[in-house]
Design a protein around this ligand. Structure first.
Ligand SMILES: [Fe+2]
Length: 266
């Protein structure tokens, strides 16, 4: 178990936020890689119930291959039924417009991008859209303005890690395209920027300057962190518990019990 702990102080009540990422939900009765991805999401939600979270965030790749309304509507129904407030952002296997429509949040669209700022409790959070592998100039300018307005630590949810993470297959083939530009915007912030992301299907915590980057494992499968070519490492699925206790932010990745280790059939 890895616990990352930043001396990041906020004002507000203690909060528990759960991040779930890279669900890769497929059509009904479709089990990509022989994995029952719908059951994985339902099992994850069952597991997190006992933590009594205040808020959930789904950080992209809701759909398995590409955005499909039927899949978003199923996830939307599941999340509404779960009954805990939540936010959602798009990954590279998603369609931002479809997400905004299916989750009834079209007011948060900026053109074709789905990015927004909101407070979870009293804690300022930014939600970015990197679904096309990079951010528009408009979105980057919006991010600069948002950071400028917050003279304090801030939490950012985005799909892609804004850093190469030492995972050769992902770093070489699927890294964020405007990484240097977005890093320089984060570095200009005078306070800590806590980024919670997914996309890489690994567990990693990285720190560079004022930037704490937390990569959360997938609900689908995890990728081998040493291989140049795509290789599944294991099938233990996970979520991240983010806690704000007495003003200190910490986070822990929790793996679900019962998932099989080993190589997937292909
Ligand atoms: Fe993914």
């Amino acid at each position: 178990m890895v616990i990352s702990r930043e001396n990041t102080f906020y004002i507000g009540k203690n909060m528990k936020i759960i991040q779930i990422t890279d669900l890769h939900i497929d059509k009904e009765n479709e089990n990509p890689f022989d994995i029952d991805v719908r059951k994985n999401l339902l099992d994850t939600l069952d597991s997190i119930r006992s933590y009594e979270p205040d808020h959930l965030v789904l950080t992209g790749d809701l759909c398995c291959i590409d955005g499909q309304n039927e899949i978003y509507q199923w996830i939307h129904a599941v999340m509404e039924n779960f009954g805990v407030p939540y936010d959602v952002i798009a990954g590279n296997h998603d369609d931002s417009l479809m997400i905004a429509e299916s989750f009834q949040r079209t007011s948060l669209l900026n053109g074709k991008e789905f990015y927004f700022a909101k407070r979870i409790g009293k804690y300022p959070c930014l939600f970015l859209d990197s679904s096309i592998g990079k951010h528009s100039k408009n979105q980057l300018n919006w991010l600069k303005r948002q950071l400028h307005q917050h003279d304090d630590a801030i939490t950012v949810f985005m799909h892609h890690p804004p850093i190469k993470a030492g995972v050769p297959f992902m770093d070489n083939k699927h890294a964020l395209q405007d990484m240097e530009e977005i890093q320089s915007i984060f570095f200009d912030h005078r306070h800590t920027v806590n980024v919670f992301c997914g996309h890489y299907h690994v567990e990693k915590n990285l720190q560079i300057k004022n930037l704490n980057i937390h990569i959360t494992p997938s609900c689908f499968f995890q990728i081998d962190q040493r291989e140049e070519d795509f290789k599944v490492d294991h099938h233990r699925t996970a979520f991240r518990l983010i806690e704000l206790n007495n003003g200190v932010l910490s986070s822990t990745v929790r793996y679900l019990a019962g998932n099989k280790l080993g190589v997937v059939k292909s």
